[in-house]
Design a protein around this ligand. Structure first.
Ligand code: ADP
Ligand code: MG
Length: 593
């Protein structure tokens, strides 16, 4: 009998791994810049040609490598950053998986020059498709230069998927900015096709933000500072008057690494509660420093998502520190923060009730009022819900030794695999899980479409979906919106090839989601772009929402409620169906009397 299982050859394994880490030129930029930062450089140059499709080169003045390290650097799982698993808990570097260079070298032509401080000569290595082509010696400056040419030359499907130079350049700029914002102590230069895009001198955080986003932003920055045993928070939020409909200026850094977190974003929104008109998002540049062992950055191959050990306390710290800063800003609107950076208002101040100052946006907002947990629901029915929940929690918890109020988990349970029951002090909520989740997803998708910032999850193998004529027509008109949602797709003759999908869309559902989307939505229905976006968001929400009959684990129930409580609208589903009912204690008492 012949064996059917064989180990994949290294170059094939590397190509597959590359698919996860390297999706476009911007991914190469991210990996090379991170390595340059990890190498302790204080000057880093990024040079690209044709938005990185032809060349991505990063030159640093860091540690460099000796000849054997240089070879090892391109092996998979080769890293100088961790030795044993425990090291993962004390990480200070960006890299640690030891797969970026191996992945890049599997799918491109890579030329590296590197020299260490104590060496006279530099080592040069050329690799194409994981094969060493040439190794020589020369006399380059101290540091490392890695040039990546002809990305995806051996994976035509990927190469064909690359978008226009403008789109790819935007992605590269995004990655560059995230790293430059995280490291103002490093000088950065960035050229595309010989044109200088950024020349950023070594400065502090504030100046780096201004150097990147322009002097105009300066007057909008409000400093945020907080230090607790759990975390140190610094950075800036933008004045409410600078809030935008898009989410362009929202940056979280955890231990100098850019991350995305719905949860932390929610905390910032909660701090801005009442200050922004509906549909507007606060801008922020926030830097959190935590003990590396309290976070897990290993959950995502590109390491942009982080799991925190104590999310709820972080939530409270963020919300309260930002509220505090907004409070100072409201009380003393003409304060020049640059000259008063050391000014420190003690926390005790926050419990004093100042006269409510006049506010441009919403005069009912009182930044020192902490009685509202998270975002306050808009509709009358919800009024007081949070304060009720909170009053139960305050009754039940004894942790009054901390200054900060920590949102507790709401106790819930599932009924008939269909409803989530949420007991309050004098009433009970019965929430339809399907409709509540539709609402959550609908709002997320709409936001992704308007901000063009849908987060995409790459597929290991492209998915081919056949289309009929109408669906094909429909696809052509929807490409921009699908792209904004996070779909990465290409139209062939009678099929589409999918290589990435929004993070909320599990791979096995992609086909049905797209088919429903292309059959149900109709661009001719209304000419206005927005109404079409609305249809798309609704269709996706319907396809992907948790159904009736699905049993949910406790943490899934809690997460659903948490997300639902963050929605702008909470009474009806996107299809105008009532989402929950309340049962008052009085009604129950009466029934049993
Ligand atoms: P990781 O960053 O996860 O360790 P990489 O594949 O990105 O994995 O890099 C592998 C190794 O190559 C790094 O651990 C580091 O020792 C070395 N290296 C990569 N880039 C540089 C650089 N610019 N300067 C010095 N050493 C580098
Ligand atoms: Mg790396």
């Amino acid at each position: 009998m012949t064996n059917r299982i064989t180990l994949l050859p290294d170059h094939v394994a590397n190509q597959i791994a590359a698919g996860e880490v390297i999706q476009r030129p911007a991914s190469v930029v991210k990996e090379l810049l991170e390595n340059a930062v990890d190498a302790g450089s204080n000057k880093i140059q990024l040079i690209i040609k044709d938005a990185g499709k032809t060349l991505v080169q990063v030159i640093d003045n860091g540690l460099g490598m000796n000849s054997s390290d240089l070879h090892l650097a391109f092996e998979r799982h080769a890293t100088s950053k961790i030795n044993i698993a425990e090291d993962l808990f004390t990480l200070k570097t960006k890299g640690f998986r030891g797969e970026a260079l191996a992945s890049i070298a599997a799918i491109a032509h890579v030329e590296t020059h590197t020299r260490q401080e104590n060496e006279e000569i530099s080592h040069c290595l050329k690799i194409e498709g994981s094969k060493v082509i040439e190794q020589t010696l020369s006399t380059q400056p101290i540091g490392t230069s890695i040039g990546v040419k002809s990305l995806f030359y051996n994976i035509p499907a990927r190469r064909n998927f690359l978008k226009s130079d403008n789109v790819e350049l935007r992605h590269v700029i995004d990655e560059f900015q995230r790293i430059a914002l995280a490291h103002p102590e490093i000088k950065f230069l960035f050229f595309n096709n010989g044109t200088e895009i950024f020349d950023l001198p070594e400065v502090d955080f504030r100046k780096r933000i201004i150097d990147i986003f322009g002097n105009k932003l300066e007057t909008f920055l409000i400093p945020v500072e907080e230090k607790t045993s759990l975390a140190r928070l610094t950075g800036f939020v933008l004045k409410p008057s600078h809030a935008r409909k898009t989410r362009g200026q929202q940056f979280f850094f955890v231990n100098n690494r850019f991350i995305r977190s719905h949860f932390l974003n929610h905390a910032v929104n909660a701090a801005f509660e009442g200050l922004l008109s509906p549909g507007y998002n606060p801008g922020y540049f926030l830097y959190l420093e935590l003990e590396p062992k309290t976070i897990d950055i290993n959950i995502h191959p590109t390491k942009t998502e982080v799991k925190f050990e104590d999310e709820q306390s972080l939530y409270a710290i963020l919300r309260s520190a930002i509220k505090h800063s907004l409070g100072i800003f409201q009380v003393i609107p003409t304060l020049d923060f640059e000259q008063n950076q050391t000014m420190d208002v003690p926390y005790a101040f926050k419990n004093k009730i100042p006269a409510t100052p006049p506010i441009e946006v919403d005069s009912s907002f009182n930044p020192f009022n902490d009685s509202v947990l998270r975002r306050k629901p808009k509709t009358e029915e919800w009024e007081g819900l949070y304060s009720k929940i909170q009053s139960i929690q305050t009754d039940e918890t004894t942790s009054s030794n901390t200054l900060l109020e920590v949102p507790q988990t709401i106790r819930v349970f599932q009924l008939f695999s269909k409803y989530i029951v949420c007991p309050l002090q004098t009433s009970m909520l019965l929430i339809d899980q399907n409709r509540a989740h539709q609402r959550v997803l609908y709002e997320r998708f709409l936001r992704a479409i308007t901000s063009k910032k849908g987060v995409s999850q790459q597929l290991l193998f492209p998915l081919i979906i056949e289309l009929n004529l109408k669906q094909k027509q429909q696809f052509k008109g929807s490409e921009e919106i699908l792209d904004a949602l996070g779909f990465d797709m290409k139209l062939n003759k009678n099929t589409i090839e999918v290589i990435g999908a929004p993070e909320q869309c599990p791979p096995i559902k992609i086909e049905s989601v797209i088919e429903t989307l292309l059959s149900e939505t109709d661009q001719d229905f209304d000419d206005q772009h927005f109404s079409f976006a609305d249809q798309v968001a609704k269709s996706m929400a319907k396809s992907l929402a948790i159904n009736s009959g699905e049993i949910l684990k406790l943490d899934e129930q809690q997460r659903l409620l948490d997300d639902f409580f963050g929605c702008k609208e909470t009474t009806v589903s996107p299809f105008n169906k009532q989402i929950f009912i309340t049962l008052d204690k009085g009604e129950i008492d009466q029934k049993l009397s």
